[in-house]
Structures are given as C-alpha cells and as structure tokens.
Design a protein around this ligand. Structure first.
Ligand SMILES: [Cu+2]
Length: 275
C-alpha cells in the first residue's frame, strides 16, 4: 500500500517536472518569431555577396518580364481597436499634433482594405541577380512621425534618412540580421545608410520619441511593394514562371500564395488577414 502510494507520487512528480521542462523549452523557442534562429550575423557578409549575385545567378531578364501581378489586401472579422498615440515631452512634437493621432499599426479602411502591408516575391526570383536601384529610398521624420511607416528596399540600396522637424530625433535601426545603426538628427539633416541582408519588418525607432516607428523590409531584389490606403499593391513586371508571393503585416503576420504566370499575363490576387 505504502509502496503503491510512493510510486504514484513519484509518477506525478516526474510528469510535473517533465511538463515544466517542456513549457520552459517551448517558451524560449517561440520567442524568436521576428529574427528566426539566425539572429547573430556571421562574420562573412554573405548577404552582400548574395545581393550582388553570389553563386550561379543570372541577370534578371527584364526584357522577358511581361506578366503583371497586382491585388488587394483585406481584413476579415472584428477590426482591432485603433489606439491613440500620446505625444508628450517635446513642445515641437506636441504643437504638430493638437489632438492625439491614431496609432499606425492597423490602417484598415471602411472597405476592410489594409494599408502598410509589405508584398514581395518570396521565392521564384532567387535564380536572378538584380541591379541595385540607384534611387535611394527616403525615410523622412516629419511631424514626429516616420514617413513611410513601412518601406521596402533592396539589400545594397541606399536609404536616405532625413529630418524635416525642428527638434532632435534619434534614428535607431533595431534589425536582427543587419548591422544596427543609431544616430541623432537635427532639422534638415540627412544621412545615408544601407542594409546588406534580407530581413522583413525590421524596426526603425526614435530613441527620443517612443511612439515613432517605421519598418524596413530588405530583400535581394526589386520585386516588392507596400499597400497604400485602399489596400492595393502592384508588383513590378515578372518573367513567366512560378512564384510564391508573401504579404506581411507588422502585427497580423504573413500570408503567402503560389502563382504561375505566363507571358503577358495579368493576374490579380487577394490576401485576407484576420486577428
Ligand atoms: Cu524622434
């Protein structure tokens, strides 16, 4: 009788200990959604070499890119509550916003379309080497807000960070796969930066104004777009082939779709997110 009780107690103890171990492991492993397992950059800058055509890539056949892919990003279900941003601690910023502005996380229209969704070719373009666009992507600080709130850029392309505000900002890139940068800017100051590795929804924040946030989406090609108000996107023209298209929202996650396009095709796809 006593032995039986002891055995049962031992089993209970062991199973509790085991489940505790699993819980802890699960917790640690699941906390890395943004950066994946590759948070620590390796010493060799393979991102740069991949961007400039490492391996056996061939130049992107622009002349064969005749298929267009466009579409819309929609929201389904109960819309999340849009928070108000509390602008405080800076007279200039407060003067720009006599009333509290809306938080930009959820820009969902009355027609349920979602703005600020990054849409890109996730696979199917890996075999090509893309020319880095000579035009920089502009990231402006205006009215103590980053504009745009979400942007796409090719690895190796310049992002010009500029301040149009008569106050001091501190631009802090907090990506996990690219080298961080962190510098202050005054009115009319402009600084160029580059990213070398693919990284999606990597935050750029301001260390002075806690509400300021933008998201950089760095890819190895130019086949990307960000939805504007109205939820519409249009990818640059694609050569015929099979592709996986991804739509990424900063809070709602990622949706993917596989498509096949032929010469001169005009395809429309729709992504639907819910909370
Ligand atoms: Cu700021």
């Amino acid at each position: 009788m006593t032995t039986q009780f002891f055995n049962r107690a031992l089993i209970v103890f062991l199973s509790v200990a085991l489940s505790a171990t699993f819980t802890l492991t699960g917790c640690g492993g699941g906390d890395d959604a943004g950066g994946g397992g590759d948070a620590t950059p390796t010493k060799t800058d393979d991102g740069g070499s991949k961007a400039s055509g490492g391996g056996d890539r061939t130049p992107f056949p622009a002349a064969k890119a005749t298929a267009s892919v466009s579409g819309k990003v929609m929201f389904k279900g109960d819309k999340p509550t849009v928070k108000k941003i509390r602008i405080q601690g800076d007279d200039f910023c407060m003067a720009q916003h006599p009333t509290a502005p809306n938080d930009e996380t959820y820009l969902i229209g009355d027609d349920n379309t979602i703005a600020n969704v990054f849409v890109y070719v996730k696979s199917g373009a890996d075999k090509w080497e893309f020319k880095v666009p000579s035009t920089p992507v502009m990231l402006e600080q205006k009215g103590c807000t980053y504009m745009p709130h979400v942007f796409g850029i090719m690895a190796g392309q310049t992002v010009t960070v500029k301040s149009s505000d008569e106050t001091k900002h501190n631009v802090h890139f907090k990506g996990k796969k690219n080298k961080a940068f962190n510098f202050s800017q005054v009115f009319n100051q402009s600084d160029d930066q580059k990213f070398s590795r693919e990284e999606i929804m990597a935050p750029v924040e301001c260390d002075v104004h806690s509400w300021m946030r933008s998201y950089a989406n760095i890819v190895y090609h130019t086949l990307h777009d960000v939805t504007a108000a109205g939820g519409a996107f249009e990818l640059p023209k694609l050569p015929p082939g099979d592709y996986e298209i991804a739509a990424v929202h900063e809070a709602l996650g990622t949706q993917t779709q596989k498509i096949t396009v032929a010469d001169g095709d005009s395809k429309t796809i729709e992504f639907t997110f819910s909370k």
